[in-house]
Design a binder for this molecule. Structure first.
Ligand code: URA
Length: 176
């Protein structure tokens, strides 16, 4: 299930350039969920192609995983103005699309606070849950959920980069 090209289910439609649809392999069973498209994503229509996306791709490839080995998506498919966090209302409006992307998967990786709030209802600090095993429901099924740092948080923090690498190793070992 995808948003229509003229989707106006929430107010993000007013300032977006493009809707940013998932990228990668939907049959991999592994879905990475970020927060929302940024400027580069809004211009290109592809998720995680800006600065944090390039770092994510590099950290993945250093562990022998390519972005085309997994499905990469966001909680909302349109860029929030000024890169603010998406609101709960915007996430709810976009949720049917996210649900359809994750409902057949074996594992979902929640990239950062917004994804963990939207998918697991988690409101605390990321460092308390990173790389723990959780379960979420989508399409009436239980799906494994692994929270990790958002790649943007890895830009300036070696600790976060190390934790992110651990996430990729877990995914590679158990799900790819
Ligand atoms: N940050 C996100 O959360 N998603 C993107 O697609 C790009 C940057």
């Amino acid at each position: 299930m995808r948003p229509s090209p003229d989707c106006s289910l929430c107010s993000l439609c007013r300032e977006r350039t493009r809707i940013v649809l998932p990228d990668g392999d939907p049959s991999s069973g592994v879905v990475f969920v970020g927060e929302a498209p940024g400027e580069t994503e809004d211009l290109t229509g592809r998720p995680f192609v800006g600065r944090s996306g390039k770092l994510m791709e590099r950290m993945m490839s250093e562990e022998g995983v390519s972005r085309s080995d997994v499905l990469i998506t966001n909680t909302v498919k349109c860029r929030p103005p000024g890169n603010r966090d998406p609101t709960p209302e915007e996430m709810v409006a976009c949720r049917p699309f996210l649900d359809s992307e994750i409902c057949g998967s074996r594992v979902v990786v929640g990239l950062g606070r917004s994804a963990c709030r939207d998918l697991a209802g988690y409101e605390g600090r990321m460092k308390d849950i990173v790389n723990t095993r959780m379960t979420i429901k989508a399409g009436g099924r239980d799906i494994a959920f692994i929270p990790t740092f958002h790649p943007a948080a890895c830009i300036y923090s070696r600790e976060s980069r190390e934790a992110f690498r651990m996430t990729i190793r877990m995914i590679k070992r158990e799900f790819l």
